[in-house]
Design a protein around this ligand. Structure first.
Ligand code: PGA
Length: 261
C-alpha cells in the first residue's frame, strides 16, 4: 500500500442479506465499526435497499472514517424505456459509488466490455465513483492469458473516460476463480495485476494513474487481507462474503489502515 493513497475497502453484498431489517442492522454495525478509521469504507447493498440503508446510516459519506454507499450496478442512461433498470441519476441521489463490470454480471447478464465502458463514463458524469471490476477466468489463467484479459478489460473500461485524473476511478482486480471459492490469489499475483493496471493507466495519464485506488477481490478475509495490503500497488479490497459480517469487514478495514502505516 502506498501512503499517498487512502485505503479503500468496499463490501459487495450481492443478493444478501435476507431482509431489509438485516440489511439496516448490518450497515449500522459496519458504520459504527469503521467510524474514525483512516480508510474509505463502502457497503454495496442490493439496489432495492439503497435508500433505506443510506437513510439508516445518516446518508453515506466518502470521507475517510465514515461509511459510503455503493450500488452493485447501474444503467448508463438517465431515463428511458429500460424495464427493470436503475438510472445513474436515481442511484446518485443515495449512493456515492457503483461497482461496474463485476464478473457475475459479465457472466450472467451478458455485460460486455463495451457496456462496461459506457457505464463507467456515465457513472463519472453523474458523480458516482466507478469501481471497475476486471479479472480473468480459471480457463484463461490456465491458458496463460491473465495479463491479456486484464489489459483488454481495463483498456475497454477506461476507453470512454475523457481523463483519469479527477475521475475518482477505482479498479478492482478480481480473478474470477478466486470469487466465492475460498481460493484467494496470492499477494504476489495481486501485485502483478495491480502493477500492470497502474502502468496501463499511466500510459495516458501518469498523474491520474497514481491517484487510482486499485483493489484486490476474491475470497478476501481478515485472515489473508494483510498479505494483499502489504503490496505497493494494492490500495484496498473488494470483499464479498466477509462483508456480510460487520466485525470481519471492519477488521479488513483496520488491516488496510495498519498497512498504510
Ligand atoms: P468474495 O466475493 O469475497 O465472496 O470472493 C468478492 C466479489 O465478488 O466481489
Amino acid at each position: 500500500m502506498n501512503p499517498s493513497r487512502p485505503p479503500l475497502v468496499a463490501g459487495n453484498w450481492k443478493m444478501h442479506p435476507a431482509s431489509v431489517e438485516l440489511a439496516v442492522s448490518l450497515a449500522v454495525n459496519v458504520r459504527d465499526a469503521v467510524a474514525g478509521l483512516a480508510a474509505r469504507s463502502v457497503v454495496c447493498p442490493p439496489t432495492i435497499w439503497l435508500s433505506t440503508v443510506a437513510a439508516a446510516i445518516g446518508g453515506g459519506s466518502t470521507e475517510p472514517g465514515r461509511l459510503a454507499i455503493g450500488a452493485q450496478t447501474v444503467h448508463a442512461e438517465e431515463a428511458g424505456p429500460y424495464t427493470g433498470e436503475t438510472s445513474p441519476l436515481m442511484v446518485a441521489e443515495v449512493a456515492q459509488y457503483v461497482i461496474l463490470g463485476h464478473s457475475e454480471r459479465r457472466q450472467n447478464d451478458n455485460e460486455t466490455d463495451a457496456a462496461v465502458a459506457t457505464k463507467v463514463a456515465s457513472a463519472v458524469v453523474h458523480r458516482l465513483v466507478p469501481i471497475a471490476a476486471i479479472g480473468e477466468r480459471a480457463d484463461e489463467r490456465r491458458a496463460g492469458l491473465t495479463a491479456t484479459v486484464i489489459e483488454r478489460q481495463l483498456r475497454a473500461a477506461i476507453s470512454r473516460l475523457p481523463r483519469i485524473a479527477g475521475s475518482g476511478l477505482v479498479v478492482a482486480y478480481e480473478p474470477v476463480w478466486a470469487i466465492g471459492t475460498g481460493d484467494a490469489a496470492s499477494g504476489e499475483d495481486a501485485q502483478a495485476a495491480a502493477a500492470q493496471i497502474r502502468s496501463i493507466l499511466a500510459e495516458s495519464d501518469p498523474g491520474g494513474a497514481a491517484e487510482v485506488a486499485i483493489l484486490y477481490g476474491g475470497s478476501c478475509t481478515p485472515d489473508n487481507a494483510a498479505e494483499f495490503f502489504a503490496e505497493p500497488d494494492v490500495d484496498g479490497a473488494l470483499v464479498g462474503g466477509a462483508s456480510l459480517d460487520a466485525a470481519s469487514f471492519a477488521q479488513i478495514v483496520q488491516l488496510a489502515v495498519e498497512a498504510r502505516g
